[in-house]
Design a binder for this molecule. Structure first.
Ligand SMILES: C=CC1=C(C)c2cc3[nH]c(cc4nc(cc5[nH]c(cc1n2)c(C)c5CCC(=O)O)C(CCC(=O)O)=C4C)c(C)c3C=C
Ligand SMILES: [Fe+2]
Ligand SMILES: [Fe+2]
Length: 341
């Protein structure tokens, strides 16, 4: 026989499970102050900038934040989703979240949401919301295929900062980087094969352009370069392409220090002179198209290549919320939820 709760018993909650897709973040608008606020938060993160604070503070506040917001704001304006008045990164991350929620709709106690490391929706606000909604278990899914302290670790740090202030803290899991995950390699490989097959030209070379990182971070133990090169190697193996058909490059160099090489922009500048006149390019480090792919690669990169004598240039989009990309995210999330569902 079941026993009724006494009248003064605290209300019982049905425990829920939260799944949070974590991405980098993006400005709320393209105006100077929106971009400045975003860049200040981003570039004040010691996981991203390892220069000692006393040295970095004046460089950031007196130099970078006085000119970069305008320059970056102009670049953001070129790719802005005008219909939604939002940055593509946030539009796509929300679309991924909604698609994943639909796929997990059969799991009655799962809530899916997304949060950003910098800007909105903040990681803290999303974790507070899920905790208050009764999530006693939370899976954090940093959407970075290749691990870096500058992305994966800081995304998790931010979540743990929020958890540190909760009296009733949910149990938490973090999904690992997935650079060599068979499903990721398969889906990425298929997107390259299909992307190339849809072109009206045969590329001489396909560039896998990864976001760059200071060389010193890798020297101190960040596995990011390894993860990137391994993704491209595995995709080449999956496609059965001859060695040399896929090239690894690193983009988005920032500041005067040595970054991983070869740089995407330098490579695009040199290739036509070496007889490589037709290229396709993709950016496997990004789970969603953003300023770094849509503006820096598809616009600036194309201009650099064509100006240097290139003849054909094609950008292959990120996996975004494509059915195949979502198959991969769903499989990863279900695997990491094992024992909770
Ligand atoms: C020292 C600076 C930077 C490091 C290290 C870095 C690593 C890194 N970043 C991504 C993914 C993204 N970066 C994005 C934008 C962006 N990145 C930097 C600097 C570093 N990134 C800056 C200053 C910016 C802002 C844009 C600009 O002013 O140029 C974005 C896109 C955000 C968007 O709003 O669209 C993503 C995504 C990875 C994977 C990575 C790892 C090595
Ligand atoms: Fe970046
Ligand atoms: Fe960039």
């Amino acid at each position: 026989m079941s026993q009724a709760f006494p009248a003064d018993h605290p209300p019982a909650q049905t425990p829920k499970i939260g799944v949070v897709l974590l991405n980098l973040g993006t400005p709320d608008g393209t105006d100077y102050w929106s971009v400045r606020r975003y860049l200040k938060e981003f570039l004040s993160d010691p996981r991203v900038i390892e220069t000692p604070k006393w040295l970095w503070w004046p460089i950031l506040n007196l130099a970078i934040l006085s000119f970069r917001p305008q320059k970056s704001g102009h670049a953001y304006a070129q790719i802005w989703d005008k219909e939604k008045n939002e940055s593509p990164l946030r539009v796509i991350t929300r679309d991924q979240t909604e698609a994943l929620a639909q796929r997990l709709a059969g799991e009655s106690n799962v809530m899916v949401d997304f949060a950003m490391r910098y800007g909105n929706p903040s990681t803290r606000s999303v974790l507070d919301k899920l905790q208050q909604a009764g999530c006693q278990k939370i899976l954090l899914v940093p959407l970075y295929p290749q691990y870096s302290a500058t992305t994966t670790a800081t995304a998790n740090d931010k979540a743990f900062d929020a958890l540190a202030e909760m009296r009733w803290q949910p149990a938490v899991r973090t999904a690992p980087a997935y650079y060599s995950d068979a499903k990721y390699v398969e889906v990425l490989g298929n997107s390259i094969r299909d992307g190339v097959a849809a072109l009206d030209f045969e590329p001489d070379l396909v560039l896998t352009s990864y976001h760059g990182l200071p060389q010193s971070y890798v020297d101190r133990g960040d596995p990011y370069e390894h993860d990137c090169r391994e993704t491209t190697r595995l995709v080449g193996e999956y496609l059965g392409w001859p060695e040399g058909k896929l090239l690894v490059t690193f983009q988005s160099r920032f500041g005067p220090t040595k970054w991983l090489e070869p740089a995407t922009a330098d490579t695009l500048e040199k290739l036509p002179g070496q007889g490589v006149k037709k290229v396709a390019i993709l950016a496997p480090a990004f789970s969603a198209d953003c300023i770094e792919t849509l503006e820096e690669i598809a616009m600036q990169g194309k201009e650099t290549f064509m100006h240097a004598g290139g003849e054909r240039f094609a950008y292959i989009p990120c996996l975004n919320d494509t059915p195949a990309g979502m198959d991969m995210i769903e499989a990863m999330v279900r695997r990491e939820l094992a024992g909770w569902l």
